[in-house]
Design a protein around this ligand. Structure first.
Ligand SMILES: Nc1ncnc2c1ncn2[C@@H]1O[C@H](COP(=O)(O)OP(=O)(O)O)[C@@H](O)[C@H]1O
Ligand SMILES: [Mg+2]
Length: 223
């Protein structure tokens, strides 16, 4: 009996070792796959940049630049989401990085970007839509709020709606020129805000934009 038990135990151990090896293989493959996805996104972005060189029309050139930049951002976020170190993405530092990148890319001077984010966790599938929304809103603040080198501050706040609430609020506000007269988000037809509205729907969220000593955009979405 004891011999039979020992044999069973030995077989069990072998099974366990095999499962562990399989799990390791799968993890390696998964990481490899994520790595390739990020790289491929980067390649698509580079292709769009190449194509831009063959285009004369300034509007078309600009559209290709913007599309390439958005794809590059998605590639970058994807890489961060699947960090090989396996670290969970922290949204606050992530937003700070994002702001720094956008400010740098725009060459803006005299603009400060302040981020306050409670150490909230974000579901990974929300990170890309949220990052794209923030990118559009920051770009708009830079482009329309602070024209002609006007100095100012962009604030990004991320927190639960109320303490203990299941809703989260992301606010992007600037102390720039404010929205143009007669502005209405419903009727806004620019590509940036159309992207923002579509991603807001995707998040089951709601968005309000108003002028109050600059422009404030407030996005509420279920946690
Ligand atoms: N932070 C802001 N400050 C002032 N005006 C803004 C701001 N954000 C958006 N707007 C107004 O909303 C319009 C639409 O924005 P958008 O859809 O991103 O298109 P675009 O940026 O290409 O003009 C802008 O042209 C601008 O008039
Ligand atoms: Mg815009």
């Amino acid at each position: 009996v004891i011999n039979a038990m020992n044999r069973s135990l030995e077989r069990l151990r072998q099974e366990e070792a095999r499962s562990a090896a399989l799990a390791r293989d799968r993890e390696t493959l998964f990481k490899e796959l994520q790595h390739r996805i990020s790289n491929n996104l980067g390649i698509v972005s580079a292709l769009l940049n190449l194509q831009r060189a063959d285009v004369e029309d300034p509007k078309a050139k600009h559209a290709l630049t913007e599309a390439a930049t958005r794809l590059q951002l998605i590639a970058k976020i994807h890489r961060k989401l699947h960090d090989p170190a396996g670290a969970q993405l922290r949204f606050g530092p992530f937003l700070e990085d994002l702001c720094r990148d956008i400010l740098e890319a725009s060459g803006a001077r005299n603009i400060v970007c302040l981020v306050t984010a409670a150490d909230a966790q974000i579901a990974p599938e929300r990170t890309i839509p949220l990052a794209l929304i923030v990118t559009e809103l920051i770009s708009n603040a830079l482009e329309h709020g602070f024209e002609a080198g006007r100095p100012g501050t962009i604030r990004i706040d991320f927190a639960p709606e109320r303490p203990g609430s299941r809703e989260q609020v992301l606010t992007v506000s600037d102390d720039g020129a404010g929205l143009p007269d007669g502005f209405s988000l419903e009727n806004a037809t620019g590509l940036g805000l159309r992207i923002v509205k579509s991603l807001t729907r995707q998040l089951d969220g709601r968005l309000v934009m108003e002028t109050a000593g600059g422009t404030t955009c407030r996005l509420v979405f279920p946690a």
